[in-house]
Design a protein around this ligand. Structure first.
Ligand code: MG
Ligand code: MG
Length: 269
């Protein structure tokens, strides 16, 4: 069953989402070539705990860390490791927290130094597709409208592969609640979006094939062709004609601007 949230509950989810984004901003301020995923993970965990919250992913289904850190051909669910990042890497960092009984969830894909133009375009358009999906998250629309926004833009307009095996989700007192939020679908189909629905929308988009494979660690998801993959996520509340975006990528992007080792996500028009 779907849990529709009260205004008070939505504010609690927002506070958790903002802690997630402050944590991702802190991580972004330290991200550069030579740094390891494990170092970022420790930083994130300390930041979350110092705010009186707990990491949302640590121990979830047995996941060993606070952050999912997914480099280059890794789509999602990468386990932080001791291998230093290098110039030209793209790094998707996904973070969840639980505070005062409610979860927050957001993700961002970063570019370390100069990255290939086609890869930067993938990041830019994946982020765009998230915003197009959020525009569809309004009362009276259907879930298919949200997924179709991502699929049409990424597949038809840009020829990318939209991952099918992993989807967004409801969020609240649980990290993953019903309903599923696919990044594909048909307009006008699927469950109706009602006031109080809170969902994490998270396009996972591949430069090449949409096919993915899972590594023997039981977590790491890679693109089948080992081409790069991007992942951007916002948690949003369906409240009326326009979604209320509870997470804030702006905080992360401020940190990117101040970090000379990271490139902003943009393309030449
Ligand atoms: Mg996430
Ligand atoms: Mg999520």
């Amino acid at each position: 069953m779907v849990h529709y949230k009260s205004a008070t509950e939505i504010e609690a989810i927002r506070r958790s989402c903002l802690l997630v984004c402050d944590t991702l901003a802190l991580v972004a301020s330290e991200l550069k070539a030579g740094v390891t995923g494990l170092a970022l993970d420790a930083l994130a965990e300390a930041n979350i705990r110092s705010a009186g919250a707990v990491p949302g992913f640590l121990g979830y289904g047995g996941f060993p860390n606070t952050l999912c850190i997914s480099r280059n051909a890794c789509v999602v669910h990468g386990i932080p490791d001791a291998e230093p990042f290098v110039e030209g890497d793209i790094v998707s960092i996904d973070c969840g927290v639980k505070m005062d009984g409610f979860f927050g969830d957001a993700a961002y894909t970063f570019a370390i130094g100069e990255i290939e133009e086609a890869t930067m375009a993938l990041l830019y358009h994946t982020k765009q597709s998230l915003h197009l999906a959020i525009e569809q998250a309004r009362v009276g629309n259907r879930m298919g409208d949200v997924g179709a926004a991502v699929q049409e833009y990424c597949e038809k307009e840009h020829g990318y592969g939209v991952v099918r095996e992993l989807v967004g989700h409801g969020i609240g007192a649980e990290l993953h609640e019903r309903p599923e939020v696919p990044n594909y679908g048909k307009r006008g189909r699927g469950p109706k979006l009602k006031k109080g629905l809170v969902i994490a929308i998270e396009p996972m988009v591949n430069l090449g094939t949409r096919s993915v494979v899972q590594m023997p660690d039981g977590w790491t998801i890679l693109t089948k062709d080992r081409k790069p993959s991007a992942h951007y996520e916002h948690s949003v509340a369906v409240v009326g004609p326009e979604a209320d975006v509870l997470s804030d990528h702006g905080r992360i992007e401020e940190a990117i601007k101040k970090n000379p080792s990271l490139s902003e996500i943009s393309i030449k028009k």
